[in-house]
Design a protein around this ligand. Structure first.
Ligand code: SF4
Ligand code: SF4
Length: 210
């Protein structure tokens, strides 16, 4: 068992008499110990600090005594902690806890690094294409290219100057975004899109990673 409020490096916490004592006469009720302690050891009782959960105190900690402006808080001598360490031979347990802690830290670092690698992948790009679209069924071919792939095309806009112009094969302008549906790198797919643009006798006007 790790150092918790119930045990300290494998030693039942109730076997270690380490907790604060408040001199009620010296306490001025400033509440600093109450707000300082993160373990809920103190309650304020009629403007005097009261040790309500002494065994929740972290063994070896004496922060509240250090900050008390009237030195109303006292602890046992530190020799008590050193004696407990010696008598209970805690360091085998401490080594095990340290290995667990290091493994958790390493795992958190590895997860963060993997997340950063995924975040750094280009997963979205915008393309702008010009030319005659209708004749070569560009959109239908684009749809075929996407089939079974972890990519999609969004925000597709086609601008054709006039309806008559379309019939007369006047060049139009198309813009769209290609995005990965599972955080995959979109770069290799962009090369296939460029090839499709060329095969469709269109012109790639602009391409930008988003
Ligand atoms: S810090 Fe000291 S003076 Fe202030 S409430 Fe706690 S025991 Fe009392
Ligand atoms: S010594 Fe630390 S853990 Fe214990 S009561 Fe004071 S602030 Fe809380």
């Amino acid at each position: 068992m790790s150092a918790t409020q119930q045990s300290w490096h494998g030693i039942p916490r109730e076997e270690i008499p380490w907790f604060p004592t408040v001199d009620a006469e010296a306490c001025i009720g400033c509440q600093l110990c109450f707000v300082t302690c993160g373990r809920g050891v103190y309650e304020m009782d009629a403007r005097v600090a009261n040790v309500a959960k002494g065994l929740s105190c972290m063994v070896g900690c004496s922060t509240c005594a250090a900050v008390c402006p009237t030195q109303a808080i006292s602890f046992p001598e530190r020799e008590l902690v050193w004696r407990v360490e010696r008598e209970h031979k805690i360091f085998r347990e401490v080594r095990r806890e340290a290995a667990d802690k290091q493994a958790k830290l390493d795992s958190a670092k590895a997860r963060a690094a993997a997340g950063a690698r995924v975040a750094a992948l280009p997963t979205r790009a915008r393309l702008e294409v010009a030319g005659v679209f209708g004749q070569r069924a560009f959109v239908a071919r684009l749809e075929q290219l996407l089939e079974g792939r972890p990519f999609d095309v969004v925000k597709l806009k086609l601008e054709i100057p006039t309806v008559k112009g379309a019939a007369e094969r006047t060049p139009g302008f198309m813009s769209f975004e290609v995005t990965s549906t599972d955080q995959a790198d979109v770069t290799p797919f962009l090369e296939e899109l460029r090839q499709l643009v060329r095969d469709s006798e269109l012109v790639l006007v602009d391409e930008a990673r988003l």
